[in-house]
Design a protein around this ligand. Structure first.
Ligand SMILES: [Zn+2]
Length: 684
């Protein structure tokens, strides 16, 4: 063991003495992070060096298990630090982050490309069948895969080329982000007259006036663009010409031959990814990415997308006909165009499912949703109880801590909630952990759910929209995936599963928010105690599937586009980005003049700078698993302990110790059937 050299007042110096080794937030200050991170890397490097250079022949214990035990200090500080960078950041944390990010990347590369270490991993891997324990064998395979996928097996020249490719790609993706930002700004739509903005609410119109003033165009109105193709304002704007201008600006992004055109970057990135895949022994980038995902191959993804696109296109066509009928009736047979879709759909939605979002909110008070909804479901399904603990320190006054107990009163772990929005928190909702469950390290899980619910005024109740209620259940699904983990090794623990599997438990739990028993208990008017009326429940439920043809089609089109770019072989020559895109959509059967892909190639940030190359399909893949598993539960009695404990045993407790597909089929009792997803989305 390498001694830790940190001042005695640095709380990261030793494991926390608090229950569950949960971080001692009352003693951690900003100044503790940088020294602990740097020392954490130094100690980890020394521990890895000792493993790589030891005289003893490689064994599972002295190589693989030793790596699992190494880096404890670095893990300890990383877990706290990277949680806070997202939920409670400040200038000190930001500057530490900037300083350590490249150091951490180098630190990780130093491990993957250490030939001595890899030789030991290879030796243990070759003898893995003799380990006699499936979890150990699985762990060895995961380590081996990670080393190989990061280039450990390549010769020196190929490793050099890999480093160059990685460096070039990192420059190109940064440039892509800059160009996209710049062109999005440049294409903001300027309007001369408030009349052109009719339909937007007064605060949106005054925001557009402010934005114009800020851009040096006082007296005018500026509509800025959002990331996806479809723009939020399109559902409200009454002026058809304004809608057309906004739509066309959105579609033109980074595709105008200006200095911020990204077409050349797209072609270079696609080519470099294909080359890297070939270096690493794969025909295409998609094959490289998917080999380590649940889907397993590009064909599996393409088969799923192709299998659903027909129904999706049919549903979108049906929606288009309904919208055209509305236009025929109200606007004298005007022909529906892409820029009309959102606006007309909103008129139809209002006519058909009229309900007041504000009225629904009165029935979903946070504390009731938590205690009588979420925790009730947890008790019904898993037999667990969540008991608040006020004695443990938290990183922000809004954070609450619950101890989770099993039916036999044995303790499971800690569940933190951090639900309120604040300026120091990034947008969105997520689950994270402070301590990974691991029998090897003697650790029970400590997980956190973070959301961005608007904090009410003093003495006012916190009222949730139904979307927020669903999100609360979704994040809790990730939470129990971490909490119920029962594995030996931290690398295989909890939510450390592929991208196309991780949203399965979360989306599975979303649907319990609609369970009649849950609603009957938690959905009560905060003032009168009246239960949410049945008609309102039905309206909320029906509104959920309205517009799914459009939403599913724009999503599938983008997923098909992503796959098309990343199934190009290294020697492919693409000359024209727009022509390639049109051909890919046509081949996939999803080319539609009314419903363009959610992102076009030139501004598809998920797949170029983002981490979702050959991975945009993953959201729908996970949802297919969730919908089919939930349908299985419904066929077998619904929200019962029998169903819950089966899900906990066969899926939630297993982490990454089994192949994801085998966990799914064990629970479902058969192969995945994507019909349940189509039903969930109201497409069947
Ligand atoms: Zn999620």
């Amino acid at each position: 063991m390498t001694a830790v050299a940190l001042p005695t007042d640095n709380p990261f110096r030793a494991p926390s003495a608090l229950p569950y080794a949960t971080p001692a937030f009352d003693t951690i200050t900003n100044g503790h992070f940088l020294p602990a991170l740097l020392e954490g890397m130094r100690v980890h490097r020394a521990e890895i060096e000792a493993i790589a250079t030891q005289k003893d022949a490689p064994t599972f214990a002295n190589t693989i298990e030793a790596m699992e035990k190494a880096g404890a200090l670095l893990t300890r500080v990383n877990k706290v630090f990277f949680n806070l960078t997202e939920s409670t950041t400040n200038p000190v944390i930001q500057s530490v982050q900037t300083e350590v990010a490249p150091k951490l990347a180098q630190h990780q590369d130093g491990i993957w490309l250490d030939a001595r270490l890899f030789a030991r991993v290879e030796a243990v891997f070759a003898a893995r069948e003799s380990l006699g324990d499936s979890e150990r064998k699985r762990l060895v395979e995961r380590y081996h895969t990670a080393f190989v996928r990061n280039g450990a097996r390549l010769g020196p020249d190929a490793q050099q080329r890999l480093r160059t490719i990685n460096e070039t790609m990192s420059t190109l993706t940064t440039r892509f982000q800059e160009y996209l930002l710049a062109d999005t700004k440049a294409l903001a739509v300027v309007l001369d007259d408030a009349k052109q903005l009719a339909g937007l609410d007064p605060s949106a119109i005054s925001a557009a006036a402010d934005a114009a003033k800020e851009a040096g165009k006082p007296g005018k109105f500026l509509l800025t663009l959002q990331l996806p193709t479809s723009q939020g304002v399109l559902s409200s704007l009454q002026d058809r010409q304004t809608r057309q201008r906004v739509f066309e600006a959105s579609n033109a992004r980074c595709n105008r031959g200006t200095e911020h055109d990204t077409k050349a970057l797209v072609l270079q990135l696609a080519a470099l990814r294909a080359e890297r895949a070939r270096l690493l022994g794969y025909a295409t980038h998609a094959d490289y990415v998917l080999a380590d995902q649940m889907a397993g191959s590009a064909e599996a993804v393409q088969t799923m997308l192709a299998g659903m696109s027909k129904q999706i296109v049919a549903k979108a066509d049906q929606e288009a006909a309904e919208l055209q009928a509305w236009l025929d009736q109200h606007q004298g047979g005007q022909k529906l165009a892409a820029w009309d879709w959102a606006y007309v759909a909103e008129q139809v939605r209002k006519e058909r499912y009229a309900f007041d979002e504000g009225e629904v909110k009165q029935y979903f008070e946070l504390e009731s949703v938590l205690q009588n909804g979420l925790f009730f479901m947890a008790k019904q399904l898993y037999g667990v109880e969540l008991v608040e603990r006020k004695d443990l320190p938290v990183y922000h006054p809004d954070v609450r801590v619950y101890e989770v107990f099993d039916a036999d009163r044995s303790s499971v772990g800690l569940f933190y909630t951090d639900y309120y929005a604040r300026p120091s928190k990034r947008g969105g909702a997520w689950m994270n952990d402070f301590v990974d469950q691991s029998e090897l390290l003697g650790q029970k899980p400590v997980v956190v759910n973070v959301m961005n619910i608007q904090k009410p005024g003093k003495d006012q109740p916190t009222l949730l929209s139904f979307d927020e209620v669903t999100t609360l259940f979704h994040e809790f699904g990730h939470g129990v995936h971490g909490l119920f983990s029962r594995v030996r090794y931290p690398l295989l623990s909890g939510t450390s599963v592929p991208r196309d599997f991780v949203e399965f438990p979360s989306q599975f739990h979303e649907d319990f928010a609609f369970d009649p028993a849950v609603l009957a208990r938690c959905a009560k008017h905060w003032k009168t105690g009246e239960v949410l009326p049945k008609e309102l429940v039905e309206k909320v439920r029906a509104a959920r599937s309205f517009g799914q043809g459009f939403a599913s089609l724009e999503y599938v089109a983008a997923a098909i586009l992503d796959m098309a770019w990343h199934t190009l072989p290294a020697d492919a020559k693409v000359a024209d980005v727009a022509a390639f895109e049109t051909e890919a959509l046509r081949k996939g059967g999803v080319l539609s003049p009314l419903v363009p892909p959610r992102y076009r190639s030139t501004y598809f940030a998920h797949i170029w700078p983002g981490g979702y190359s050959a991975g945009y399909y993953a959201y729908m893949w996970s949802e297919a698993l969730a919908a089919d598993a939930f349908a299985g539960v419904m066929e077998n009695g619904g929200m019962t302990t029998k169903n819950g404990l089966r899900f906990r045993d066969l899926v939630l407790s297993r982490g990454m110790t089994l192949e994801p597909m085998s966990m799914f089929t064990a629970f479902r009792g058969r192969e995945l059937d994507t019909k349940a997803l189509l039903k969930r989305r109201g497409l069947l």
